[in-house]
Design a protein. Structure first.
Length: 492
C-alpha cells in the first residue's frame, strides 16, 4: 500500500488536509478543465444526518477573514520558484529584512520554516549591524519572536511590534472551552526537524509521534484499502509539466498531459481511479497548499514533502512563544501601516498615528498581509521583492473543533489492517472517498493526543474555507456534519 495515498498526503501535511472543492470534483468526473462554477452549497446529505449526533461544542477558525493573516500559509502558485522565496528574505538597503514562513525554501508554510526564517533574518541584521543598535521586529509570531530573541541575545536593543492583542500569530492556542486542556486553531503538528523539536522541548511543550493511520470509507460507510491511482496520476501530470519551460497549474497539467481520462472501471470495492484522484487532491494537494489545483504550480507542488513524519503537539504551542517573548519588549495592539526606509534608518507609523524610528527592522507579517495594501513601503520595495509577493500564493485552511458525547466514529480496526492484525489504537485520520465532503480530513484528537477524549478536528481548504467562513454556525454544521455520516453508519 502506498502510505501517501493511504494517508491522503498524510504525515506532515495531514494537518492541512481539507476537502476537494466542488470545482475540482466536477472537473475530474467529467475530465475537463476549466470546470464549471461551483454550486453555492454542498451539504452532501440533508440534515438531520442519520447517525451523526450534534456536537456538544464547536469552535472554528477564520484565517482568510483575519486581517493580520489573510490566509493560513503560503503555497507555490503557478510561476513560483524557490528563488522568489529566497529573494523575499533578502535584505533591502541593509535596513529592512523580511522573515516568515513564506521566506523559507526548505519548509514553507510550517513552524519550522517560520523559525528558520527568523534565524536567517537575525543573521542578515547582524552582518552589517552592531550590538547596541535598535531593531524593530514587526510581528510576534514564530519568525518575529525567533529573530527578536537572537538579536536580543546578541546585544541588540529590540522592540517587537504586534498588531494583535496577543502574541503567536498563526499559532493560536486557546483554553479549550469545552474541555480541560488547550486547543490549537493554527499549527498543531510538527515535521521532522531536530531544531524545532529541541526548541519545543526546552519550552516544555510535549509532542507525541503520530502513527500513519488513516481510515478511508466510501459514502455508504464501507472501509476501503486506499489506492495510489490518484497520486500516480498527479505524478504523471507533474512529470509532463516539468518537461515544459513554462509552468502551468496542476489542473491544466492533468487535463492536457494525457493523464485524463482515468479509467472509470470500478474496483471490487466500487471505487474508481477518478475517485482516488479526487481523494488525493482533497487530502494531499489542497491541504498542502490551501488552494485549488487550478492555482497550484504543477512544476513545484512537492508531494514528497507531504510524506515527512509528524508529531502531534500535545502541549500548548503558546508556551513556546511565551518563553521566547519573556525577556523581550513586545508592544501589542500596534498595527504598522507605513514603513519608510533609507540607507540610514527605518521609520514606522502605526494605525494609532504614532511613529517610531529604528536602525533596522525585521518585517514578519504574513504574505497574505503583504499582498494587501495594509502596509505602505516608502520607497516601494525592490522589484524582485514585489514579484515574490505577487507570485507566491497564500492558501486558506480552516480548522473546526467538535466535541461529542462519545466517539461514535472510532473504529476498532483501520482499513489498512490485514486479517489477524491487531492495531494498537484507532486511526488518527479519517477521510471519505467517492464524495465531496466539506471537510476532507478529520483528525481524531483524542487518539492523536492519547487522551481518548471524543473530539474531532476537521480541516477545510481553499474556496470551501473562504465560503464557510461567511456562514452562520448552524449553516456551517449543516455543511460539515454530513461528511461524518459514513463513520456513523460504518460497515466493515
Ligand atoms: C489552520 C492552520 C494550520 C496549520 N498547521 C500547521 C501545522 O500543523 N504544522 C506546521 O508546522 N505549521 C502549520 N501551520 C503554519 C504555521 O502556523 C505558520 O507557518 C507559522 O505559524 C507562521 O509563523 P510566522 O511568524 O511566519 O507568521 P505569523 O505567525 O502569522 O506571524 C506574523 C505576525 O505579524 C502580525 N502582523 C500582521 N500584520 C501586522 C501589522 N500590520 N503590524 C504589526 N504586526 C502585524 C500578525 O498578527 C502575526 O502575529 C498552520 C497554519 C494554519 C493557519
Amino acid at each position: 500500500m502506498d502510505s501517501r495515498a493511504a494517508s491522503g498526503g498524510m504525515a506532515r501535511r495531514t494537518f492541512l488536509t481539507a476537502s476537494l472543492s466542488g470545482i475540482a470534483a466536477v472537473a475530474l468526473s467529467s475530465c475537463t478543465w476549466p470546470p464549471p462554477e461551483p454550486t453555492p452549497t454542498r451539504a452532501a446529505t440533508p440534515s438531520p444526518i442519520p447517525g451523526v449526533p450534534k456536537p456538544t461544542a464547536m469552535e472554528r477558525s477564520r484565517w482568510a477573514d483575519d486581517p493580520f493573516a489573510r490566509g493560513a500559509f503560503s503555497f507555490d502558485a503557478v510561476g513560483s520558484t524557490p528563488e522568489l522565496r529566497e529573494a523575499l528574505g533578502e535584505p533591502v538597503s541593509d535596513r529592512l529584512v523580511f522573515a516568515g514562513e513564506a521566506c523559507s525554501t526548505d519548509a514553507p508554510g510550517t513552524l519550522q520554516g517560520a523559525r528558520d526564517s527568523g534565524l536567517r533574518a537575525a543573521a542578515h541584521v547582524m552582518r552589517p549591524g552592531s550590538p547596541g543598535e535598535r531593531v524593530a521586529v514587526i510581528g510576534a509570531g514564530v519568525a518575529g519572536l525567533t529573530a527578536a530573541r537572537e538579536l536580543l541575545d546578541a546585544g541588540y536593543e529590540v522592540i517587537v511590534l504586534e498588531a494583535r492583542d496577543r502574541i503567536g500569530g498563526r499559532v493560536d492556542t486557546v483554553e479549550d472551552p469545552s474541555g480541560d486542556g488547550t486547543a490549537e486553531f493554527g499549527a498543531m503538528f510538527i515535521g521532522d526537524d531536530a531544531g524545532l523539536e529541541l526548541a519545543l522541548t526546552a519550552a516544555g511543550v510535549d509532542v507525541r509521534p503520530t502513527p500513519d493511520s488513516t481510515l478511508v470509507r466510501t459514502l455508504d460507510g464501507t472501509a476501503v484499502e486506499p489506492s495510489d491511482a490518484g497520486w500516480q496520476a498527479i505524478a504523471a501530470a507533474q512529470a509532463w509539466a516539468q518537461g515544459s519551460s513554462e509552468d502551468v497549474s496542476l489542473a491544466t497539467a492533468l487535463a492536457t498531459s494525457g493523464v485524463l481520462p482515468l479509467p472509470d472501471e470500478p474496483a471490487a470495492d466500487g471505487t474508481t481511479p477518478a475517485d482516488w484522484l479526487r481523494h488525493s487532491l482533497a487530502s494531499g494537494v489542497e491541504p498542502a497548499t490551501g488552494a485549488l489545483p487550478t492555482t497550484v504550480s504543477a512544476q513545484r507542488f512537492d508531494a514528497a514533502r507531504a510524506e515527512a513524519s509528524v508529531a502531534f503537539v500535545t502541549g500548548a504551542l503558546s508556551d513556546w512563544l511565551t518563553s521566547l517573548a519573556e525577556p523581550l519588549e513586545v508592544v501589542l495592539s500596534s498595527a504598522v501601516v507605513r514603513i519608510a526606509y533609507d540607507d540610514e534608518r527605518v521609520g514606522l507609523r502605526f494605525d494609532s498615528g504614532e511613529s517610531l524610528s529604528a536602525d533596522r527592522a525585521v518585517v514578519t507579517v504574513p504574505l497574505g498581509v503583504l499582498q494587501t495594501d495594509t502596509i505602505a513601503f516608502e520607497p516601494a520595495l525592490p522589484l524582485l521583492h514585489q514579484r515574490a509577493v505577487a507570485t507566491l500564493g497564500m492558501g486558506v485552511v480552516d480548522t473546526v473543533r467538535m466535541r461529542f458525547d462519545e466517539a461514535f466514529w472510532r473504529s476498532p480496526a483501520p482499513a489498512t489492517a490485514r486479517p489477524g492484525d491487531e492495531p494498537a489504537e484507532p486511526p488518527v485520520f479519517l477521510s471519505t472517498v467517492g464524495g465531496v465532503p466539506a471537510v476532507g480530513l478529520w483528525i481524531d484528537v483524542g487518539v492523536a493526543s492519547g487522551t481518548g477524549e471524543p473530539v474531532l478536528v476537521g480541516l477545510i481548504a481553499a474556496e470551501q474555507a473562504r465560503r464557510l467562513e461567511q456562514v452562520s454556525d448552524r449553516e456551517f454544521r449543516e455543511a460539515v456534519l454530513p461528511g461524518l455520516a459514513p463513520f456513523a453508519t460504518a460497515a466493515g
